[in-house]
Design a protein around this ligand. Structure first.
Ligand SMILES: Nc1nc2c(ncn2[C@@H]2O[C@H](COP(=O)(O)OP(=O)(O)OP(=O)(O)O)[C@@H](O)[C@H]2O)c(=O)[nH]1
Ligand SMILES: [Zn+2]
Length: 242
């Protein structure tokens, strides 16, 4: 099943494993430590050997979004949606990368960058103003983890073409990029638009929202939204070409 290219791995080690029942379904939580000492986790659902290219979410840690349900980004809802989709499929995994917080600049620097965005800078300009990279992430650890799991080919839940390229550069075969679109809210519409315009993310669902009068956007997005996979419903279900 493994089709990984002969690429030198980065020394990420599997250090523990346990059963993890969740509100979405049953997972195996597998713990890893990378060469820098950062800890990561793979959440595996079902039998990965039973499918050719398991549905996979490579998720960058976002404490504010994933844990505290911040609406300034869509990370938390993406994570919930990914877990739901994987369980619905019957097999797949989330690779949760902790060293990726704030696109790799860390939690405190991300909070500083978010503060600058309150003054009108966008998410790219804010990182630059702090003297930090726009995106400091490296996906070689995800490749190490997939290698450890014996998975060489995946269907990637993502809107980010650079993530696809980075994983491919690390020898991972991506047969499909499956969109993971979350309904924008007034708090994150500007942020999502910047991701589309400046970082090249595929976010086609923003077109209508962006051209909708502000009052209408507020009305549509301010209804209580469950923290669940339902936000992805009505979005393209067929994978994008990659
Ligand atoms: N520096 C910075 N990082 C942010 C900000 N908002 C969210 N993040 C981080 O962005 C990372 C997620 O990256 P995104 O570009 O949103 O999405 P992605 O994972 O590359 O792409 P998808 O697979 O489509 O979700 C997480 O680590 C968040 O902590 C921000 O305003 N500034
Ligand atoms: Zn986030």
């Amino acid at each position: 099943m493994t089709e990984l290219a002969d690429i030198e791995r980065q020394g990420t080690e599997r250090v523990g494993e346990t059963r993890l029942p969740t509100r979405y379904g049953e997972f195996r939580a597998i713990g890893y430590v990378d060469a820098q000492g950062d800890e990561h986790m793979a959440l595996v659902h079902g039998d990965l050997t039973a499918v050719d290219s398991p549905l996979t979410r490579v998720h960058s840690e976002c404490l504010t979004g994933d844990v505290f349900a911040s609406t300034r980004c869509e990370c938390g809802e993406q994570l919930a949606t990914a877990l739901h989709c994987i369980v619905t499929e019957g097999a797949g995994m989330v690779i949760y990368l902790t060293g990726h917080e704030g696109r790799g600049i860390g939690l405190v620097a991300k909070l500083q960058a978010m503060r600058l965005q309150e003054d009108g800078l966008d998410t790219v300009e804010a990182n630059v103003a702090l003297g930090l990279p726009i995106d400091a992430r490296n996906f070689d650890i995800a490749a190490d983890i997939l290698d450890d799991l014996g998975v060489g080919s995946i269907r990637l839940l993502s809107n980010n073409p650079q993530k696809v390229e980075s994983l491919r550069a690390n020898g991972i075969r991506i047969t499909e990029r499956v969109p993971l679109l979350i309904e924008p809210s007034p708090d994150n519409l500007g942020y999502l638009s910047t991701k589309r315009e400046r970082l090249g993310h595929h976010l086609p669902h923003l077109s209508n929202a962006a051209s909708t009068p502000p009052n209408e956007v507020t009305r549509l997005a301010s209804a209580p939204r469950p923290f669940s996979a339902e936000a992805n419903e009505g979005r393209p279900t067929t994978p994008d070409s990659v």
